[in-house]
Ligand binder design. Structure first.
Ligand SMILES: Cn1nc(-c2ccccc2)cc1C(=O)N[C@H](Cc1nc2ccccc2[nH]1)C(=O)O
Length: 169
């Protein structure tokens, strides 16, 4: 029985991980847990988007993203860089570079997201699983729901940073 459980942050509309022993809350899946263990945590089925293999529910989309954070990001820290100080303009320039490399190649998208995305979903090639409206920050939701499956957005901005979004289902 894991000491971790998945809860929903109502203020942010995002799932987080709560340690019932230490009472610690973290956004990122605890690194000591495998993807399988994360998906079987109490609350995971209810709060985590259905990941690989899930069909999702009507009105849901599945998307991946490549996030570059900057100094103005809600949480200017990531698995890659503890203290992110780049400006938003620098973040956009970096993301433009990835956009050029990706072209329309979805395999390349996943490779670059895994290596460079400042989101903890990098470990899954940027895959966020299925989600419905009301779950993600609005600019991200609008971009994802405005794409056809297989289509990639231009650069969009949220409180988390700047993103490229790829709708996958
Ligand atoms: C919304 N979300 N899902 C995951 C996720 C999903 C599947 C597997 C692992 C992590 C991580 C996150 C998340 O909020 N990550 C944040 C960054 C971030 N901010 C976002 C805003 C909109 C969509 C995705 C976003 N990711 C972080 O790591 O600081």
């Amino acid at each position: 029985m894991s000491v971790w459980e998945v809860r929903m942050s109502n203020s942010k509309g995002l799932p987080y991980f709560f340690n019932t022993e230490t009472k610690q809350s973290v956004w990122d899946p605890p690194s000591e847990l495998s993807k399988e263990e994360v998906e079987n945590l109490p609350g995971a089925k209810e709060h985590l988007s259905s990941g690989a293999g899930g069909e999702g529910r009507p009105g849901q989309v599945r998307a991946s993203h490549l996030l570059v954070k900057h100094s103005g990001s809600r949480r200017p820290s990531s698995w890659k860089e503890e203290n992110i100080t780049r400006s938003q303009d620098e973040a956009v320039e970096i993301l433009r570079g990835y956009q050029e490399q990706i072209g329309g190649d979805t395999k390349k998208f996943a490779e670059l997201a895994k290596e460079h995305s400042d989101c903890s979903s990098h470990a899954h090639g940027g895959d966020l699983g299925f989600f419905g409206r009301g779950q993600m920050q609005k600019p991200f939701e609008d971009a994802a729901f405005g794409l056809e499956p297989g289509q990639m957005s231009d650069i969009i901005s949220t409180d988390s940073g700047v993103h490229l979004v790829l709708r996958t289902a």
